[in-house]
Design a protein around this ligand. Structure first.
Ligand SMILES: *Cc1c(COP(=O)(O)O)cnc(C)c1O
Length: 379
């Protein structure tokens, strides 16, 4: 089955009770038993729920994996992965990481004795010098937020294989439409399904997909034991979102390309970060491991003025100033005062998050209207 069919049919079957084409929302916590242990495969909804199971099979299908798991948020999914580890274990993570992931690693798991190394992975081969006998996991996010760095997943996978480590890839920005990390050698794919998979800015959810049966069993155990599951209503919404993922992504990419080219030519703009531009430092890796380049774009205006960047995001009308990304509607953000405000200025600027940096999540509106909005805001 090809990807554009999998988004609609992957892992799905019609409801056995009445043939409902969409999985019903099984809004129940428990299931009747005829005799102790005599049930139809479902006992308690923390452990299993038919609506959630339908979604988990869809997750597995679109990521070309065998096992999918749904969580109450992207961070709950990451939390489950780190719970595979024990005190003394070490993780090599990219330094250009989603802020919430960094906070979870450093403020929660370091307390429990897990050690994290945050390193630049633009040259993925450099990871190897951080591997020691305690290393268990490599954590990668690509493209990264908000600098849109691209990390070579195949190089990371070969290092992980050579040393018997797990490789986990946060595939939130790319989605399986653009890249399928399991096919590139990763062991675990993670999503904030809040973003493109849900696609309509109406639900918070996380996902994991793996191929290895023993690894899946460990993660299902953690999912049930820790209990950060999502409800049936949210499962239904994300399942519905996934059905249009391929058409939404196609338009996100088309609009992204036109806006990146528009910004790259604009006299007031100094830098544009979008992996589809030939000027992007990792453009060649992006071309190899991604099918297209997505709708996430960051840019810096001339003069690096904090006040000017604030004025631009305030003047935007169609682009809503808001956290998050990946919905049908276009959003704009100012990392220095929003997502990255808690990081000291010198630290932020080292990784490129300067005062004038603006991040766009380009939606699927008519691109002429989006460009007109940018034009008036930059004017
Ligand atoms: C939003 C996001 C997360 C966290 O997901 P939540 O659903 O907000 O918990 C993790 N990684 C990336 C890349 C994200 O954009």
């Amino acid at each position: 089955m090809k990807f554009n069919t999998k988004t609609i049919h992957g892992g799905q079957s019609h409801d056995p009770a009445y043939g409902a084409v969409m999985p019903p929302i099984y809004q129940t916590s428990t299931y009747a038993q005829s005799t102790p242990g005599g049930h139809k495969g479902y006992e308690y909804s923390r452990t299993h729920n038919p609506t959630r199971n339908a979604l988990e099979q869809a997750f597995a299908s679109i990521e070309n994996g065998r096992y999918g798991l749904a969580f109450s948020s992207g961070l709950a999914a990451i939390d489950a992965v780190i719970k595979l580890l024990k005190p003394g274990d070490e993780v090599i993570s990219t330094n250009d990481l989603y802020g919430g992931t960094y906070r979870l690693f450093t403020k929660i798991f370091e307390k429990f004795g897990v050690k994290f190394h945050f390193i630049g992975m633009k040259d993925a081969a450099s990871i190897e010098s951080y591997v020691n006998s305690n290393t268990k996991l490599i954590w990668v996010e690509t493209p990264t937020n908000p600098m849109m760095h691209i990390i070579d997943i195949q190089v990371c996978a070969s290092i992980a294989k050579r040393h018997g480590l797990l490789l986990a890839v946060d595939n939130t920005f790319a989605t399986p439409y653009l890249q399928q990390p399991l096919d590139l050698g990763a062991d675990i794919v993670m999503h904030s399904a809040t973003k493109y998979l849900g696609g309509h800015s109406d639900v918070v959810m996380g996902a994991l997909v793996v191929n290895d049966e023993a690894l899946a069993a460990q993660l299902y155990f953690i999912q049930n034991a820790s209990g950060a599951i999502c409800g049936p209503q949210d499962s239904f919404l994300v399942l519905r979102g996934i059905k249009t993922l391929h058409v939404r992504m196609q338009r996100h990419c088309e609009n992204g390309k036109q806006i990146a080219n528009y910004l790259a030519k604009h006299p007031k703009i100094e830098k544009v970060y979008w992996p589809g531009l030939e000027s992007h430092p990792n453009h060649l890796i992006a071309k190899t491991q991604m099918r297209d380049f997505g709708g996430m774009i960051s840019f810096v205006t001339q003069g690096n003025s904090f006040e000017e960047a604030i004025r631009i995001v305030e003047r935007l009308k169609l682009f809503t100033l808001a956290e998050s990304l990946g919905g049908v509607e276009s959003l704009a953000g100012h990392p220095a005062s929003m997502t990255h405000a808690s990081i000291p200025k010198e630290e932020r600027e080292k990784s490129g998050v300067v005062d004038a940096l603006i991040r766009l999540s380009v939606g699927i509106e008519d691109v002429d209207d989006l460009i007109a909005d940018l034009e008036q805001a930059l004017g």
